[in-house]
Design a protein. Structure first.
Length: 490
């Protein structure tokens, strides 16, 4: 681990007498053993009381008491680096929720005893920076090598958040939980309601953005009995699909294949975290509407399984799910249109269709929708994975119109008409909406054509079809429309 530690931190740990009994702990040791980037370094110091630790660290930079309740001191080093130091503690459960613990700092605890409070064995390993020794009192390294997720002690059920942590660890590192751990998880399945929504959200964020086998995280939720706390997901277990189109099985099985197919997409892996999050949640939820829309029907002389309208129903269910687990509205707004439109690959990608689709998807994009649809299509083994022809045609059509990354901006703005003598008001706003709808239909392609369209429309304020502008809201195209008035006099 020496090679990944900042030299300044290594020198500090090795040269400061009061830090003579300190170890790197938790996730940084795990990630080092796995060969994945170490994002955070946590140091636990033994034999030093909390106030003394603050005093010692203050000689080496700014020491902030950011976690008094948990014995955490954040050291900001003169180099600009920030490291977390803590003292060992005992946690005693006294009530529900993540705040229902009595915490006692005990500098006399040794590494083995202190690590017993951690959730899983893979997170209970320590590394001594002075000797280079890996301290592994609970067998975490062997479990990591075997791909096993195992609780550290029988105190595991005291914090129900550990189940959701198990979900994201299973997905991030491709781990199977041992039966004994699943039994403990099932014993606290009713405690989901104790969890603070912000803590729930953080675990889903990690699962959605860092997983290498997200299906294993979802399988862990099901096997642990915690899927029942998430009714939108629990409802798709066992929902049948037509075997001709979905030879892989039910909707749940298809969803597991779909999230793994997304992770296999190089574009997803290279995306920023926020984009990875939106795409993963859209793929996770794309078929939740099938739980209520699926039925059998005789078509062409044979019984088929169909799910008409599941994308629209699923969009509403997805919004409710995301809000309950604490997602921001800006994130909900990006996921929902991807769920609502994931069946458009069956339509002819005409210029009109592509333009209107790009508007329906806002603030998401056709490029993102194509990624979701590709994951959907690639989740049907033994059928081959890959980009379906219909999805590639949509992507090509959007690229030809330069609409793969954004919807078209309205060509006609309120200021263009105000400069020509129009007065602002409801009539002007309605006209601008009609003009944007005409632009999407391809009736004009530049401002000159838009002005010609206005002139030829012989606008009276109510002589255009109201449904033409339905669903079209050019939010940046109605400037100046807040004043009463209408077209200039003849």
């Amino acid at each position: 681990m020496v090679e990944i530690l900042p030299p300044a931190l290594l020198a500090l740990l090795r040269s400061t007498p009061e830090l003579g009994r300190s170890c790197l702990v938790g996730g940084c040791v795990r990630d080092w053993l796995l060969g994945v980037p170490v994002l955070d370094v946590d140091i636990e110091v033994y034999g030093v009381a909390y106030p003394e630790l603050v005093r010692v660290l203050s000689r080496h930079g700014r020491a902030d008491w950011v976690g008094k309740a948990f014995g955490v001191v954040k050291l900001t080093h003169p180099s600009g680096a920030v490291w977390d130091f803590s003292v060992p503690r005992r946690d005693s459960k006294r009530g529900p929720g993540h705040k229902g613990f009595d915490i006692e700092f005990d500098p006399n605890l040794g590494p083995s005893e202190a690590s017993a409070r951690r959730d899983f064995t893979i997170n209970s390993m320590l590394w001594d920076p002075r000797t280079g020794e890996l301290i592994d009192p609970h067998g975490g390294q062997a479990d990591l090598r075997a791909g096993l997720l195992r609780h550290t002690s029988q105190a595991f059920p005291e914090d129900p958040l550990r189940v959701l942590r198990g979900m994201q660890f299973a997905g991030r590192f491709g781990l199977h939980a041992v039966p004994e751990t699943l039994t403990l998880c099932r014993s606290i399945a009713g405690a989901y309601g104790e969890l603070a929504v912000e803590r729930v959200r953080e675990e889903w964020l990690k699962w959605a953005t860092r997983s290498v086998r997200p299906s294993m995280g979802l399988a862990f939720l099901k096997d642990s009995g915690w899927l029942e706390a998430l009714p939108e997901l629990a409802a798709i277990v066992g929902v049948p699909q037509d075997p001709e189109w979905h030879p892989e099985g039910d909707v749940w099985t298809h969803t597991l294949h779909a999230v793994d197919a997304l992770v296999a997409d190089p574009d997803w892996r290279a995306s920023p975290a926020e984009r990875r999050l939106v795409l993963m949640m859209a793929v996770l939820l794309h078929d939740v509407g099938k739980a209520t829309c699926t039925r059998t029907e005789v078509r062409d002389g044979r019984e088929r399984v169909i799910s008409p309208g599941h994308e629209g129903v699923g969009a509403d269910l997805a919004a409710g799910f995301l809000r309950r687990i604490g997602f921001q509205e800006t994130q909900v707004d990006r996921v929902v249109p991807l769920v609502a439109n994931h069946m458009v690959h069956s339509e002819d990608p005409s210029p009109r269709m592509v333009r209107r689709l790009s508007v329906r998807l806002r603030p998401s994009t056709i490029d993102e929708l194509c990624t979701v649809m590709t994951a959907d299509a690639s989740a049907r083994p033994p059928r081959p994975a890959g980009v379906p022809r219909s999805v590639q045609q949509l992507r090509d059509a959007a690229a030809a119109l330069q609409l793969e990354a954004a919807a078209p901006a309205p060509l006609l703005q309120g200021r263009h008409l105000l400069a020509r003598g129009w007065l602002g008001g409801p009539a002007l706003g309605a006209l601008l909406k009609q003009a944007y709808a005409a632009q999407l239909d391809g009736e004009f392609t530049d401002l000159e054509g838009a002005l010609r369209w206005v002139s030829e429309a012989a606008w009276t304020g109510n002589n255009q079809s109201e449904d033409r502008s339905q669903g079209v809201d050019p939010t940046d195209g109605t400037d100046g429309a807040d004043r009463q008035g209408g077209p200039p006099s003849a």
